[in-house]
Design a protein around this ligand. Structure first.
Ligand SMILES: *[C@@H]1O[C@H](CO)[C@@H](O)[C@H](O)[C@H]1NC(C)=O
Ligand SMILES: *[C@@H]1O[C@H](CO)[C@@H](O)[C@H](O)[C@H]1NC(C)=O
Ligand SMILES: *[C@@H]1O[C@H](CO)[C@@H](O)[C@H](O)[C@H]1NC(C)=O
Ligand SMILES: *[C@@H]1O[C@H](CO)[C@@H](O)[C@H](O)[C@H]1NC(C)=O
Ligand SMILES: *[C@@H]1O[C@H](CO)[C@@H](O)[C@H](O)[C@H]1NC(C)=O
Ligand SMILES: *[C@@H]1O[C@H](CO)[C@@H](O)[C@H](O)[C@H]1NC(C)=O
Ligand SMILES: *[C@@H]1O[C@H](CO)[C@@H](O)[C@H](O)[C@H]1NC(C)=O
Ligand SMILES: *[C@@H]1O[C@H](CO)[C@@H](O)[C@H](O)[C@H]1NC(C)=O
Ligand SMILES: *[C@@H]1O[C@H](CO)[C@@H](O)[C@H](O)[C@H]1NC(C)=O
Length: 231
């Protein structure tokens, strides 16, 4: 009986928390986050973001897709649009974002830590940009991530141990960066990993044997580093 009461209480509590979450943010939150993101773009050669304005709803904006059910922004797909700019911290306010795809543009600067708020994010593709700074430790807090593509940037630092917490990860593509240090053996915790690309970095040390325990692995790129060992 005690357990049942506890369950009912927990259920009501989560309904309450959810309703707070819902009442605090709405499509207006998403709209202002997107407009703040637009204002951090310094060059839009094809004028593709011209119709991102408060005259219309984000539902009708190029590259923006909304969830049919609750109407909030679900994905931002702005790949290969020739955009220059920084990645605005305001993107962290898109609470319902599932896909953030900015591949093949000229985004520069670092990954703003506000992106850690994107707890529903399944795909993050920032490949082929000019991002720098260290791969942040908070990346390991994006628990829903399945695809993480950061290839062809100038990202540095080490592979954070926190990455091993991304238990749903299927793609980790970090080819062509400046990542150094060793490949942590904790990577063996990524049981769903299918693609692991770390070529053309500055990794060193011994290739962890634990990689051979990644039973879902299909693609492994480790060339052009300073790694040794075999399995
Ligand atoms: C969004 O919320 C704000 C304040 O919380 C409110 O003023 C606004 O009318 C809401 N907008 C929509 C579209 O519900
Ligand atoms: C995003 O959220 C932060 C913190 O709640 C707030 O300070 C900021 O103004 C928001 N940005 C936009 C564009 O609404
Ligand atoms: C913005 O542009 C896209 C693509 O050209 C178009 O589908 C959409 O209807 C436009 N939205 C508005 C509000 O004009
Ligand atoms: C946009 O970025 C590219 C690549 O970094 C650069 O060559 C170009 O000058 C930039 N354009 C503007 C207008 O900033
Ligand atoms: C990310 O974008 C690149 C193109 O720039 C593409 O080749 C790659 O498949 C994308 N990754 C994912 C996981 O969608
Ligand atoms: C990826 O980065 C490498 C090294 O910076 C460069 O040689 C290569 O051309 C890049 N590939 C693309 C498609 O931009
Ligand atoms: C993994 O996540 C757990 C729970 O959130 C946390 O306590 C732990 O520190 C994380 N591990 C790493 C290596 O970040
Ligand atoms: C692979 O996993 C098995 C079972 O969990 C374990 O006994 C073994 O030590 C692991 N091998 C490596 C190289 O980590
Ligand atoms: C490669 O690693 C070895 C030892 O692991 C080290 O002695 C050597 O200096 C490294 N070479 C480069 C180019 O970093």
């Amino acid at each position: 009986m005690g357990k049942l009461h506890l369950c009912v209480f927990m259920f009501l509590l989560s309904c309450f928390m959810l309703s707070i979450a819902w009442s605090k943010t709405n499509i207006t939150t998403d709209e202002s986050a997107l407009l703040a993101f637009k204002s951090s773009i310094t060059f839009d050669p094809y004028n593709l973001l011209a119709n991102w304005s408060s005259v219309s709803s984000p539902w009708d904006w190029v590259g923006v897709n909304c969830n049919v059910g609750h109407g909030r922004v679900h994905s931002l797909n702005l790949g290969d649009m020739g955009l220059n700019g920084t990645i605005s911290p305001h993107l962290g306010n898109l609470s319902f974002l599932v896909e953030l795809d900015l591949n093949y543009n000229n985004f520069y600067g670092h990954l703003p830590k506000e992106l850690v708020q994107l707890r529903r994010l399944k795909l993050l593709n920032l490949s082929f940009n000019e991002l720098d700074g260290e791969i942040p430790t908070w990346i390991g807090d994006l628990h829903a991530l399945q695809h993480l593509s950061l290839c062809n940037n100038s990202l540095s630092g080490i592979i954070p141990l926190s990455v091993s917490n991304l238990s749903r990860l299927e793609t980790l593509d970090w080819n062509f960066n400046l990542i150094e240090g060793e490949i942590p053996h904790e990577i063996e915790r990524l049981k769903n990993l299918k693609i692991l690309r770390l070529s053309r970095n500055k990794l060193s040390g011994i290739i962890p044997q634990a990689i051979s325990n990644l039973s879902s692995l299909e693609v492994l790129h480790l060339s052009y580093n300073n790694l040794s060992g075999m399995f």
